[in-house]
Design a protein around this ligand. Structure first.
Ligand code: HEC
Ligand code: HEC
Ligand code: HEC
Ligand code: HEC
Ligand code: HEC
Ligand code: HEC
Length: 313
């Protein structure tokens, strides 16, 4: 069904006065009105007679019900195509999408805030390495890390130890304490060029990049043998508004990146459809899917990324 904008209003009106369907001939652009003569009053009936007939009463009732239904339908179709119903946070450029400035303690201690780029790290390490093994929070400035921790091999220091990557020594301070976003456009292009593309976020199809083995982010830095659990269940999360196409949740797209414990039980209950307040409003408040799909994984503007049956973008 493709009811759009004003057509719905016209259609509801025509339904009420007895013309049953309105169709749009896509080839000629003509609008075709058709009547079901078996239920419609004869065309010869006078207008006055028609509007006072019992038939019209029933027609009106039916018309109002369908008006309600169509307006909801139209609303949803409209939201879906415009995507303007919610306030989305502004999106950074693809080469800066997922970049952070960490400043829980830096400015207070007379050093510049710390620059951290997700795209450059996630190409090499699964989210799980940092957000499970190293215990970084899914929220900027939440992790209680200090420079001393780092020098003792915790947090950034688990890799930035001067052997695997540059360490916490003189000359390197400003590589992290840059105080501003220093994401390299050239380095990004070099990476992005080798990977499959999408329209959103980093404009990199990260799932496709892993599937085609063009990148192999490490799943663990502590145990080489550790591999993702083969849990491939796809879930269809039906929306509470019955006209909204359901959201699609593929476990298999997530498990190469994340630990089960990254999502269960803190973000989602393990039982389908038991997560309370599971709706776009809360997702936009950085809950549920919004924990990741606002700033790091592909953003919410990509409606069809999660609702494959929504029309438009
Ligand atoms: C190399 C380490 C590393 C990797 C890999 C990594 N992250 Fe992060 N992530 C961080 C750090 C550090 C922070 C900031 C934490 C803080 O300031 O407390 C962060 C913050 C976040 C935030 C909060 C952003 C905000 O603006 O509040 C989200 C969401 C997130 N990461 C998701 C992911 C996802 C999803 C992946 C995998 C695709 C991932 N991260 C991979 C280190 C990493
Ligand atoms: C690999 C990245 C990295 C490098 C290199 C680095 N730091 Fe940090 N540093 C951090 C992070 C992350 C924090 C926590 C920042 C925050 O929460 O504001 C931090 C915090 C600090 C703080 C805040 C107070 C404290 O003790 O936690 C100081 C001071 C500091 N660093 C000094 C330095 C100096 C001096 C150097 C160079 C010798 C250096 N850092 C190199 C990542 C780095
Ligand atoms: C799991 C290992 C790992 C952790 C944890 C890690 N890094 Fe890195 N980081 C790397 C590697 C490897 C590189 C080199 C990437 C390259 O050259 O492509 C790197 C590069 C960087 C760079 C250079 C610019 C760039 O983005 O490529 C910065 C800045 C940086 N890391 C900051 C940090 C900060 C700040 C933290 C902690 C909040 C951190 N890293 C945690 C592995 C790690
Ligand atoms: C990251 C995944 C994701 C993206 C992207 C996403 N949604 Fe949703 N959406 C959901 C989930 C999950 C629900 C809740 C489903 C349920 O009720 O079980 C939902 C619910 C909805 C609902 C039902 C009403 C409500 O607020 O819960 C509407 C309407 C909706 N989405 C429209 C959109 C539109 C329009 C876009 C694009 C602008 C979009 N969604 C993008 C995951 C997503
Ligand atoms: C990115 C987040 C995420 C990760 C990672 C994740 N899950 Fe889930 N899981 C979900 C969501 C969302 C649901 C549906 C919750 C709801 O409807 O309330 C779910 C539901 C489930 C269910 C119930 C399915 C059903 O049909 O009722 C099981 C079992 C489950 N997950 C197991 C796992 C296991 C095992 C892993 C690790 C291999 C895992 N999950 C990793 C998000 C995740
Ligand atoms: C803990 C972080 C996290 C949460 C929570 C999360 N996702 Fe994702 N999701 C990811 C990452 C990382 C990817 C990989 C693609 C990317 O980064 O853009 C991904 C990919 C996907 C894909 C793409 C599959 C493909 O084949 O391209 C879908 C669909 C998806 N998520 C839906 C959801 C829905 C719906 C929810 C909420 C029910 C959700 N996700 C919650 C992190 C998360």
């Amino acid at each position: 069904m493709s009811y759009q904008g004003g057509y719905v209003i016209i259609d509801v009106f025509l339904w009420m006065v007895g013309i049953n369907t309105i169709r749009h001939n896509k080839l000629t652009g003509d609008i075709i009105l058709s009547r079901k003569s078996e239920v419609n009053p004869p065309c010869t009936r006078s207008a006055a007679g028609y509007f006072t007939s019992a038939y019209f009463g029933a027609r009106l009732k039916k018309g109002l019900v369908s008006a309600g239904i169509f307006i909801v339908f139209w609303g949803v179709a409209h939201i879906a195509s415009a995507g303007q119903y919610w306030d989305f946070p502004p999106l950074p450029e693809p080469y800066q999408y997922g970049d952070l400035l960490i400043d829980r303690t830096s400015t207070k201690n007379q050093v510049k805030p710390v620059f951290f780029s997700h795209w450059s790290h996630r190409a090499k390490y699964a989210c799980r390495v940092c957000h499970f093994e190293l215990d970084f929070a899914f929220k900027v400035n939440k992790t209680e890390m200090t420079e001393e921790d780092n020098r003792n091999g915790l947090f950034c220091g688990a890799c930035h130890d001067g052997k695997q990557v540059f360490g916490h020594t003189e000359g390197n301070c400003e590589k992290c304490h840059a105080g501003e976003n220093i994401s390299s456009h050239d380095k990004f292009n070099l990476l992005a060029r080798q990977l499959p593309k999408t329209e959103y976020g980093n404009k990199i199809d990260w799932v496709g990049a892993v599937r085609s083995k063009r990148i192999t982010p490490r799943y663990s830095i502590f145990n080489e043998d550790e591999i993702p659990m083969a849990f491939k269940k796809d879930l269809e999360l039906a929306a509470e508004w019955s006209f909204v196409p359901p959201a699609f949740f593929p476990h298999a797209a997530h498990t190469p990146w994340l630990d089960c414990a990254n999502c269960h039980p803190d973000i989602f209950n393990i039982k389908k459809k038991t997560t309370k307040h599971f709706s776009m409003k809360y997702i936009l408040e950085e809950r549920f899917c919004g924990v990741c799909h606002l700033k790091i994984a592909f953003p919410l503007n990509n409606c069809t990324g999660c609702h494959p049956k929504i029309k438009g973008k």
